[in-house]
Write a protein of this length. Structure first.
Length: 230
């Protein structure tokens, strides 16, 4: 299979260490592996073309969960998750990743694809921030996967990309996402009216953020102390 990320054969079995890439720091790199309370092992690794089949299948199965909280798609959900669409998605992510503007990561749970974390609109210099977004396949909901994935992604933004600030938004009627962010140390900074076009209409969002100096340690370390990771 053609791999537009050029990552075929690379396993990313261990977390990245050493100097950051000058153009696209933090990509393509894997995070450390952490253990959920139920024993599941989770890490983030680069999203590749080989994830297409699982990405399409899981998102098609989870339309009822994903459509109400994600940006409006101009076509049917099925067409938005076709094979052709996947190649457009992965190609666009590749181009942005090579410019250092996005870090697209797969949630790897016990060695299998289980969702996605995206660090987007990455800006360095005097801004030095990005946003974090994530989704988890419904088969794994209730296990703390989203909380662990958010922690790994946030730590990656601070430790490997070298950013100062990470932001996120969530819908008022999606308190579960708000709890994920709160568990990871994000603080409310505002309320954005009619901020994004979600599932056919403009929707308000809570706006949260955290800065690297907000906490003396990592998100993962804090989750371990709270008993949310082993």
């Amino acid at each position: 299979m053609y791999d537009p990320f050029g990552l075929a054969g690379r396993r990313f079995r261990t977390a990245a260490t050493g100097p950051r890439d000058a153009v696209h720091p933090g990509w393509p790199e894997a995070t450390p592996t952490v253990v959920l309370p139920d024993g599941g092992e989770i890490r983030l690794r680069p999203l590749t073309a080989h994830d297409g089949k699982a990405w399409r299948e899981q998102r098609l199965l989870d339309e009822v969960h994903l459509r109400p909280v994600e940006p409006t798609v101009p076509e049917t959900w099925e067409l938005a998750h076709s094979s052709a669409t996947w190649w457009n998605v992965i190609g666009g992510l590749r181009a942005a990743a090579l410019r250092g503007q996005v870090v697209p990561l797969a949630i790897d749970l016990d060695g299998a694809f289980a969702g996605q974390v995206t660090l987007g609109t990455i800006q360095h210099g005097s801004v030095s921030d990005c946003w974090i977004g994530y989704w988890v396949h419904s088969a794994h909901m209730g296990r703390g996967v989203a909380t662990a994935a958010c922690a790994l992604g946030t730590d990656h933004a601070f430790r490997r990309i070298g950013l100062h600030r990470v932001t996120a938004t969530y819908l008022p009627d999606n308190p579960a996402s708000g709890r994920v962010l709160a568990h990871n140390g994000f603080r409310t900074e505002g309320f954005l009216r009619r901020n994004l076009h979600i599932d056919g209409r403009w929707r308000d969002h809570h706006y949260v953020a955290q800065m690297v100096e907000d906490h003396p340690d990592t998100c993962v370390a804090r989750l371990r102390r709270a008993g949310r990771l082993r």
